[in-house]
Design a protein around this ligand. Structure first.
Ligand code: UDP
Length: 244
């Protein structure tokens, strides 16, 4: 939250945001299930200007062996940003931020995946951010859920994710990079709509208790929209024209 609002109009007098959206309008979202021949499951997502590819491998043997668990399978997640994915070239070495986001996405996916069905094995999720524009953890989590389903991993539900936030003292849905940098709050939410369970919630910024409630409400409604697109992506692959 950079507090640079004075120099940037994040919300104009007609309630229109810096990229032309209304306060409750998500960016354009396109999800494709499949696409990677060598992965057990995969998905590609465009979430506004975010472009992210996810490959899932497993369940498979765990190396090194001591990392395996005799009672359950384990989920391993690697979130990686390409150096060219952002305006100012990102150092290719794994950053603290990438390590944190990998952990956050893993923990958000774990309640959805029936790992107990695969003791001693691992399911690996590789996330490649090709282009980033704010909200990559939500877009990546959304695509990872589709890729896991595409891999045939038994799941309790899919996790759909989107961020709510605040700009110009107003609650908004789906925070873009400019809004993230110059706005007042960013709240990524991951939600399993069929189970009505939140598996990811973070907050950067300051909200009143009322704004907090509104963000949760708006975020969960947004997740339901994302969920419909996740199901559509799987339907298109498995019951559509079958070209992916
Ligand atoms: N970003 C960047 N360079 C970096 C890391 C992030 O330009 O090294 C941008 C990128 O557009 C990202 C945004 O900052 O989407 C917000 O990053 P944040 O850590 O809040 O995670 P995200 O919103 O992507 O989940």
């Amino acid at each position: 939250m950079g507090g640079r609002e004075a120099t940037m109009v994040l919300l104009d007098e007609n309630g229109i945001r810096c990229d032309g959206r209304k306060v409750d309008e998500p960016r354009r979202i396109m999800i494709r299930a499949g696409g990677l021949k060598n992965a057990d499951g995969s998905a590609y997502i465009e979430f506004g200007d975010n472009k992210i590819l996810v490959g899932v491998f497993g369940p498979r043997d765990v190396h090194p062996k001591h990392m395996s668990d005799t009672d359950t399978g384990i989920l391993r997640v690697r979130y990686h940003m390409e150096p060219f994915s952002v305006g100012e070239r990102k150092n290719p070495a794994p950053s603290r931020r990438e390590i944190e986001i990998s952990k956050v996405i893993k923990e958000a996916l774990e309640p959805a995946v029936m790992l107990e069905k695969f003791p001693r094995t691992a399911v690996d999720v590789f996330i490649e951010v090709l282009q980033a524009d704010g909200g990559t953890r939500c877009a990546a989590l959304t695509a990872a859920s589709v890729a896991l389903a595409d891999a045939g991993i038994p799941m309790r539900d899919m996790v759909a994710a989107i961020a709510a936030g605040k700009v110009a003292d107003t609650v908004i849905l789906d925070v873009n990079n400019e809004e993230d940098q110059a706005g007042q709050a960013d709240m990524p939410i991951g939600y399993m709509p069929s189970l009505e369970k939140v598996t990811l919630m973070q907050l950067d910024g300051v909200l009143t208790p009322e704004e907090y409630k509104k963000c949760v409400e708006v975020g969960i409604e947004g997740c339901k929209l994302v969920y419909d697109l996740q199901k559509k992506a799987l339907n298109d692959k498995y019951f559509g024209n079958g070209d992916n």
